[in-house]
Write a protein that binds this ligand. Structure first.
Ligand code: HEM
Length: 130
């Protein structure tokens, strides 16, 4: 699988899975929700791996200031995934935590979208080297 195709395929799969995570969360389908979270995070991991491979075909530094912005955002967004995981586990034992779980979930989803936008912009501005 070429890095370009792999990246596009798994990015689309991750976004679709995250959509289903939100849907099952709102429908209180807990077992499905948690299984989909596991799949979404695995798919995100594969997407990141393909993104790194794809990045090797571009001169990312030549894209300018968008590159450090995207790289910082991507690290923060990845680390923030711990928040819905922690608050989700807490919600199982303490239902009142659901309010915080929802906030954490939408923070992470927003950061994921921002990371995808800046990453696309970075690749668009970077010259291809091979
Ligand atoms: C990226 C990760 C996740 C996202 C985006 C997400 C999203 C959501 C959303 C939008 C809701 C609905 C909140 C509401 O009704 O106000 C929800 C509910 C819930 N989530 Fe998550 N979630 C994630 C991870 C997890 C994890 C890792 C767990 C547990 C291991 C978990 C457990 C729950 C539980 C127990 C509920 C409440 C369901 C109910 O109302 O009975 N979530 N989640």
């Amino acid at each position: 699988m070429s890095p370009g195709f792999g990246f596009a395929f798994f990015l689309a799969a991750t976004l679709a899975l995250l959509g289903l995570v939100v849907l099952t969360g709102f429908r209180a389908q807990r077992k499905r929700h948690i299984a989909l979270v596991v799949l979404a995070i695995a798919s995100l991991g594969i997407t990141i791996r393909f993104a790194v491979l794809l990045g090797r075909s571009f001169d990312l530094h030549a894209a300018g200031s968008i590159t450090p912005i995207h790289l910082a955002l991507s690290k923060v967004a990845t680390a923030l995934y711990l928040l819905p995981i922690a608050t989700g586990i807490r919600t199982i034992f303490r239902p009142a935590a659901k309010k915080w779980h929802k906030r954490a979930a939408f923070l992470v989803l927003g950061m994921t979208v921002l990371t995808a936008i800046t990453g696309t912009l970075m690749l668009w501005l970077a010259p291809r080297v091979r």
